[in-house]
Design a protein around this ligand. Structure first.
Ligand SMILES: Nc1ncnc2c1ncn2[C@@H]1O[C@H](COP(=O)(O)OP(=O)(O)OP(=O)(O)O)[C@@H](O)[C@H]1O
Ligand SMILES: [Mg+2]
Length: 426
């Protein structure tokens, strides 16, 4: 029980940490990408502006001027391998180009990203208008500064993998730390749970004696009705039935406290059990109750399905389920008990056409002391421990109980318990 809780806690912790790391990593990635793009845009603007004063020279001398690497004003900020500068006249005709990028796209003012026709790698461009005479309202030409995004793409991909590997390693470290932390966190809860369990077991055990004594005394008194004042007879039978109920409750609590640990059932009590025999006996035993309530109780049992278990516990498990089916099915209804095999599991279905359980209540049916309608069920006796006990028994046999139900149509409780291997040595 606590091992499952520990893993669930660790998983939740890891999920939260992974989400935080993911958000942090995505934030870092987006921030660095954005800042690389804005730095690039700044660089392109500086480059285009540095090339503007030379426009007249370029217009008159063309490539002869731009190739004079020692005198051009952009020489210190220009990278021939990844950037290019282009000058156009006011009709968009190329006057000169410096650099290797050769874009075929038409001139568009402002920042744009186009694929390089040769390499297909995107290229960032900035086109600005050139005004040499401020009195003219038409630009004299245009300058386009471009840079390949290859370098940024490489850095982005490196950053991506660093973040992925960094995040994964951090998550592994967090997992190891979390494993230790959850263990430490669960330890006191486990200790107090064990104390509580022990207390319930001890208290139930201690209460059993006095309750048995009261019950025995009342029984003795009831054996001599002539000695009882007629006015006290009713009170005495009320004491007797309350004591019986209390005795059952104490027994149930003691049982649950002892079986909380699935490994508690001593192996020596376990034997090879033919499930069809157990179920058949129970149906025969409970048939009178069904008849009394005018309920059709049927069974359909496959023979030769054996499990390794505790007979009295299994009797209790299935009688709790069949009794519930009979109890929560109105007169004229049907209860069907079936036994089949699916792979390595025996399947016992207890199906009824009774009042059913509301979908929102289904998760609670196996909780201790839980009853669907307290006012209604109180009159019918019972404590709400029946299904909790059945579930504890199924678990201690390596199985589980599931339930499907529809209100006013009926319920089906299914018990899955591993079957005994054919050549088992018992
Ligand atoms: N077959 C069923 N059909 C409808 N409701 C059911 C059925 N079985 C159980 N329930 C609901 O689940 C509740 C819990 O069942 P459980 O057997 O644990 O307690 P109980 O029958 O009320 O009392 P106890 O079994 O201790 O005498 C019941 O009170 C009932 O509301
Ligand atoms: Mg019950």
């Amino acid at each position: 029980m606590f091992r499952g809780l520990r893993w669930r806690l660790l998983l939740s912790y890891l999920t939260v940490m992974a989400a935080i790391l993911g958000i942090f990593g995505a934030g870092v990635y987006v921030f660095f990408s954005q800042s690389m793009y804005s730095q690039l845009d700044k660089k392109l603007r500086t480059l285009a502006q540095a090339a503007t004063p030379s426009f007249t020279q370029v217009k008159s001398r063309g490539s002869n001027y731009v190739n004079q690497v020692d005198i051009v004003p952009w020489r210190d900020i220009f990278n021939r391998d990844s950037q290019s500068l282009e000058w156009f006249d006011n009709r968009g005709k190329l006057l000169a180009r410096r650099g290797t990028i050769n874009l075929e796209s038409s001139l568009e003012l402002g920042f744009w990203t186009f694929p390089d026709p040769e390499t297909n790698i995107p290229v960032r461009t900035l086109t600005i208008s050139v005004f040499t005479d401020s009195s003219l309202d038409r630009p004299e030409g245009y300058i386009r500064a471009s840079q390949s995004l290859e370098e940024i793409y490489t850095i982005k991909s490196q950053l991506f993998w660093v973040l992925i590997f960094g995040g994964m390693s951090t998550l592994i470290l967090i997992g190891l730390g979390g494993f230790w932390l959850t263990r430490k966190a669960i330890e006191p809860i486990e200790a107090s749970f064990n104390k509580l369990k022990q207390f319930t077991a001890d208290a139930s055990h201690e209460l059993r004696g006095p309750v048995t004594a009261i019950k025995a005394s009342v029984d003795v008194m009831q054996c001599h009705p002539e000695r009882i004042h007629p006015k006290d007879a009713k009170k005495l039978s009320a004491i007797s039935s309350a004591t019986t109920q209390m005795g059952q409750l104490i027994g149930d609590l003691l049982f649950l406290a002892r079986t909380d640990n699935a490994t508690d059932v001593p192996a020596r009590k376990r034997t090879k059990i033919a499930l069809n025999k157990v179920l058949q006996d129970l149906v025969v035993l409970l048939e009178p109750i069904a008849q009394e309530k005018n309920i059709t109780l049927k069974y359909e049992l496959r023979p030769d399905i054996y499990i390794f278990g505790d007979l009295s516990q299994l009797n209790r498990l299935f009688s709790n389920l069949i009794e519930n089916a009979l109890q929560y099915t109105p007169s004229g209804g049907k209860v069907n008990v079936s036994l089949s095999k699916q792979n390595r599991f025996s399947l016992v279905n207890v199906e009824d056409s009774g009042i059913g359980i509301a979908p929102e209540q289904i998760p609670f049916v196996f909780d201790r002391f839980w009853r669907a309608d307290k006012a209604r069920t109180r009159r019918e006796g019972g404590t709400g421990l029946g299904l909790a006990i059945a579930s504890a028994i199924a678990q201690s046999h390596g199985g589980k109980i599931t339930v499907t139900s529809q209100i006013n149509k009926g319920s089906c409780f299914q018990v899955r318990i591993p079957v005994l291997a054919q050549k088992a040595d018992i």
